[in-house]
Design a protein around this ligand. Structure first.
Ligand code: SF4
Length: 367
């Protein structure tokens, strides 16, 4: 049995230790009895996992797009009926249709893997070269589910992240997105030999969808349908891509590269950020520091209130009770239950095998 710290748990720990203490599988593991809120981001991500599924990337759009819509509907339908669910259904449907129209004009990669689980030993920052162990001797692993890894025409690998929002995110915000840098690091550690060039932020803006005008009729790569690179092409496609970069492709890489490249096509914005070696390597040290803190026996579990995250926190009521010097036990007992001691594995499309038809990726190393 290993001690697993997911990317999500790490994010919660950094956001608010009290929230982490309530919900973490390693702490009180409390789960609210209220229905889960609608997660439009997750529903769109589920849909795009089908859109970019490597095994279907060469299929005709007429066959794939209905499956994409179905994946979105299935994800939304998992939430209980409500007005919010109807709103998310309408908005997400509109967004997806606009995505089908506009994304081919900027897709310049071939999908390699989607929804892939990676896990890697957390380094012990006190002893270079060693992995961290929990107090009872378990190996400590960092786990992440990577939405997509794609290859461009020069055989460079990119971690691709999808998101939906009312506005574009600031570039500074994206540059500082160390969670995505950690994903690059975890990917490289899981698939040794696959150095990641950086992160591509695939954003969809849900404002002003009615004023987009006509979508471009040409795809970026000239390939019909959904654009991008075919699985059959030697350039950027997935099927024939060997486990490491092909020497004949290396010369096609630009001698000087921009740190940030950005383009907008209708409701879709792509921000390509190169991550340098020092940046990716530093992620492991930072995770080592944070996880070591998580394991500390006398960790201070102070709250970090903020308008950005408290309104969505399931533990507002017990948190307020504690702040007012009251005992939250009754509220916790009536509105929460204790969840499982380990995260139940929820396979998604492509998880595990990853759907990379005939793609020769190096297997995960034995930890
Ligand atoms: S309400 Fe805010 S401060 Fe309290 S536990 Fe939740 S996130 Fe933390």
């Amino acid at each position: 049995m290993d001690y697993r710290v997911s990317a999500q748990e790490r994010a919660t720990f950094k956001r608010c230790r009290r929230q982490w203490d309530f919900g973490s599988i390693h702490r009180q593991r409390l789960q609210t009895l209220d229905p889960a809120p609608i997660d439009l981001n997750q529903a769109i991500r589920d849909a795009l996992a089908v859109y970019y599924y490597p095994g279907m990337w060469d299929w005709q759009s007429a066959i794939v797009l209905p499956l994409v819509r179905k994946a979105f509907m299935r994800s939304i339908a998992a939430a209980p009926p409500s007005a919010m669910r109807m709103e998310a259904l309408d908005l997400g449907t509109e967004l997806l249709e606009r995505y089908f129209d506009w994304a081919p004009s900027i897709d310049d990669f071939g999908p390699l893997k989607i929804e892939s689980d990676v896990e890697v030993l957390v380094p012990d920052i006190r002893e270079p070269g060693r992995g961290l162990l929990s107090a009872d001797g378990q190996r400590v692993l960092y786990t992440e589910r990577v939405a997509m890894v794609a290859a461009d025409a020069a055989d460079e690998y990119w971690v691709v992240l999808h998101s939906v929002g009312p506005e574009w995110r600031d570039v500074e915000n994206l540059l500082l997105d160390e969670a995505s840098i950690a994903a690059c690091w975890a990917w490289e550690q899981t698939y040794l030999g696959m150095d990641v060039a950086g992160t591509i932020y695939n954003e969809m803006r849900c404002a002003a969808l009615e004023n987009l005008g006509p979508a471009p009729s040409e795809t970026r790569t000239g390939r019909d349908g959904r654009g991008g690179y075919s699985q059959n092409e030697p350039s950027g496609g997935g099927r024939g891509l060997p486990r490491a970069e092909r020497p004949e492709r290396l010369h096609s890489r630009p001698a000087t590269v921009e740190r940030v490249a950005q383009e907008i096509s209708g409701p879709v914005r792509r921000t390509r950020i190169r991550r340098d070696r020092a940046e990716i390597d530093a992620a492991s040290q930072q995770i080592g520091v944070e996880v070591l803190e998580m394991l500390a026996p006398h960790l201070a579990l102070y709250p970090t209130p903020a308008p950005e995250h408290c309104p969505d926190c399931a533990f507002v009521a017990p948190c307020l009770a504690i702040m007012q010097g009251c005992d939250p036990t009754v509220d916790l007992a009536s509105r929460f239950r204790q969840g499982p001691a380990a995260v139940p594995y929820e396979p998604r499309l492509g998880a595990g095998g990853g759907g990379g038809r005939n793609i020769s990726l190096p297997g995960p190393p034995q930890l």
